[in-house]
Design a protein around this ligand. Structure first.
Ligand code: ZN
Length: 462
């Protein structure tokens, strides 16, 4: 199953999670910059001078690039939908407007915890600096960060995902409570193979990742140099590897600087998802192309989830029951009524109900602070309530009432999170007169079974 090990399917957490489970903290609020800050430098591809300024922006604004050198100063959303090319660096654009090499500044903003900002430039590319994310980290620290009212948008990885490219890149994404990257980098003929695994926090990024510089293999850049396509490129802003020799103005900052820079690039490319990822990226020979593919897959998953979480229009007269009709049958009331409405019946023996699981459910407050999952026993209760409606229809009498007797073969397959829409199905498998009934029940989220069990009911006079 694809659940994170710390959130097992029954919604029970191991002790360590309970002890470490933090209350919602400042790190779960959106952040922007404290004030505007800027610096100037050379752009890599044109070799011209460029000034970059980071400005604060309101909550839910996201990161936008602004081309101050063009008429009307157009902006471009740093979103994967705006991705244009991934040749050597990441280019985004809207209409005919482009910004190139956005990955290092995006990496710094994302990893240093800036959710909302305007990146203003008077050229089509940020200053390359020393080829690392260090100048942007310095700039963010100069501007400072400020917490905002809105909660951060997280994308929790629930199922393993993977991307494999023809060029030999492999990216695997696994569930995790934090954002982690484990990366293996290998050059041509596996020269300079390096491996690093780390959680990404602002402190770790600043110390271990941001200073790692861009590196190039001589055989890859020679044709570009010949075509004069990297006018701003020099040993001051990139490390050049020629054969087994490492050429740079400044010695290596880390023995494994190359894999660190690959991690820097992954963070920057995945920032285009627009949500903070809680998951573990395992990357083998990553590149902008594969990184962008993964960002696209994650953005699609996010869109799918928000569509599923949206209220389902429920056409009346399709044999379902609206919430007031459900409450005429079931005695349960908030917070213990665990079915919002009945979507429909199939013959006399099948019924499907729906429960929108929102962050406001009272049980999420304590189950668990900072890691909300729906308790498994409440999923069983939801099944029992939906099954009861089926039995009520069957007996067609209000003088007898079904009591929940036993649950067999109960399995919890995946955790249920706030925002999920629980589809609850019950099917009558055995009825003995008007005394006993067996039902097979299951709960689904996004078409996948999250829990199931066989519930037995006894009918008693009221
Ligand atoms: Zn890079």
């Amino acid at each position: 199953m694809g659940a994170a090990p710390k959130r097992n399917a029954a919604g029970l957490a191991p002790k360590s999670l309970l002890l470490n489970g933090a209350m919602p903290s400042a790190s779960e609020q959106q952040h922007t910059l404290g004030k505007t800050a800027g610096f100037s430098g050379t752009s890599l591809h044109t070799g011209e001078k460029v000034t970059l300024k980071l400005h604060p922006a309101p909550a839910d604004h996201g990161i936008k690039f602004k081309r101050a050198d063009l008429q009307d100063e157009p902006t471009i959303d740093a979103k994967i939908d705006n991705l244009k090319t991934v040749e050597r660096s990441t280019t985004i654009g809207e209409g005919s407007v482009r910004v190139h090499t956005v990955e290092h500044v995006l990496s710094a903003l994302s990893a240093m915890g800036v959710d909302n900002a305007i990146v203003e430039m008077d050229a089509n590319e940020p200053p390359i600096g020393d080829g690392s994310a260090q100048p942007y980290v310095d700039l963010i620290k100069k501007a400072g960060t400020a917490a905002q009212e809105a909660p951060r948008k997280f994308l929790d990885v629930r199922e393993p995902m993977h991307i494999e490219s023809k060029t030999g890149s492999l990216l695997i994404l696994l569930p995790d409570d934090n954002f982690r990257i484990s990366c293996t980098q290998a050059g041509p003929n596996n020269r300079f193979t390096q491996y690093l695994s780390t959680e990404i926090t602002p402190a770790i990024f600043e110390r271990e990742i941001a200073p790692a510089r861009t590196f190039v293999f001589y055989e890859d850049v020679q044709p570009l140099m010949d075509k004069n396509l990297i006018k701003g490129g020099s040993l001051e802003n990139a490390i050049v590897i020629r054969g087994d020799a490492v050429l740079s103005k400044e010695p290596l900052r880390f023995a494994d600087e190359f894999v660190r820079h690959k991690i820097l690039d992954i963070i920057g490319d995945l920032a285009l998802v627009g949500h903070r990822i809680r998951g573990h990226v395992i990357a083998v020979k990553p590149g902008h192309g594969a990184n962008a593919e993964l960002a696209r897959a994650l953005a699609r998953e996010q869109t799918r989830r928000s569509a599923m979480a949206a209220p389902h229009p429920f056409p009346p007269g399709e044999g379902g029951l609206a919430s007031d009709e459900v409450m005429q049958i079931l005695p349960h009331r908030y917070p213990f009524l665990l079915v919002d409405r009945i979507i429909g019946f199939e013959g006399e023996t099948k019924v499907t109900g729906l429960k929108a699981v929102t962050i406001n459910e009272p049980f999420f407050q304590g189950h668990f602070p900072g890691h909300p999952v729906m308790p498994g026993v409440l999923q069983i209760e939801a099944m029992a309530q939906v099954a009861s409606i089926l039995l009520f229809k069957l007996t067609k009498t209000s003088s007898r009432v079904g009591y929940f007797m036993s649950a067999d073969g109960v399995k919890f397959r995946k955790p249920v999170f706030p925002g999920d829409t629980l589809i609850i199905q019950a099917e009558l498998t055995k009825a003995r007169g008007e005394r006993l009934a067996k039902t097979m029940c299951r709960c689904l989220v996004n078409g996948a079974v999250v829990s199931e069990g066989e519930l037995m009911f006894a009918f008693l006079n009221k």
